[in-house]
Design a binder for this molecule. Structure first.
Ligand code: 5RP
Length: 224
């Protein structure tokens, strides 16, 4: 088997396991990415009475196409569960998300959820976060914001269309010595709409598949 097929199979297994965590009448947050794209058909096939909110137009279209009810995320204050992929998961459960550029909406949805479930293939488990860290920036003052973040090299603009919220996608490519300190610095930088560092306190569990087996990992303590 080609290694990429093995990874895709792991994504599918993790997604299938997470789909079983959804019950009737739940309000469900749907993430974005290839792992979530495995979740959607399995969730739809369960024919539960659920209302979903989607973190991207792509996810919304896929979910609706499968018959899932997708509501706008403006009047719902809380979600029962949110399920999403990740780019990297550190041993202390800090995450990097936003490879698909949806991290702002993904963080809002994760924060609103009673239970935030991260679904990953085994290659996403890393010894330490190495970046890049996705950023969404405001177009207004863009160069000034990049300068505040660091050098041009430390904040590379993506050649990607604006986000659905009009933001500019970029990546922080500097060192991640301390994720908490970097998250605070990025969050405090004017012009940064959101960054892709997700703290352990947001994470309820990580569902990871490795060579055909699914494991559920739980953060034991969440200092940040
Ligand atoms: C999108 C994300 C994705 O969850 C992350 O990039 C993982 O993607 P994939 O499931 O395709 O590996 O954060 O903004």
């Amino acid at each position: 088997m080609h290694p990429a097929d093995g990874i895709d199979q792991e994504k599918r297994l993790a997604a299938e396991a997470a789909a079983l965590l959804v019950d009737d009448h739940m309000r469900v947050g749907l993430g974005t990415g290839s792992t979530v794209s495995h979740l959607l058909p399995v969730l739809a096939a369960r024919r539960l009475d659920v209302v979903c909110v989607a973190t991207s137009p792509t996810t919304a279209a896929l979910a609706r196409g499968l018959g899932l009810a997708v509501a706008p995320f403006d009047h719902l204050a809380r979600l029962d569960i949110a399920i999403d992929g990740a780019d990297q998961v550190a041993p202390d459960f800090w995450l990097i998300k936003g490879g698909g550029g949806a991290h702002t909406r993904e963080k809002i949805v994760a924060c609103a959820a009673e239970r935030f479930v991260v679904i990953v293939s085994s290659d996403k488990l890393v010894d330490r976060l190495t970046g890049p860290v996705p950023l969404e920036l405001l177009g207004f003052g863009l160069e000034a914001t990049r300068r505040s973040i660091g050098s041009d090299a430390a904040c590379k603009l993506r050649s990607a269309p604006p986000t659905p919220d009009g933001g500019v996608l970029a990546d922080y490519t500097g060192e991640i010595e301390d994720p908490h300190a970097l998250a605070c610095r990025l969050a405090a930088t004017a012009g940064v709409v959101e960054h892709g560092l997700f703290p352990p306190r947001l994470v309820s569990e990580v569902v990871v598949a490795r060579q055909g087996q699914v494991e559920h990992l739980y953060p034991t303590s969440s200092p940040t």
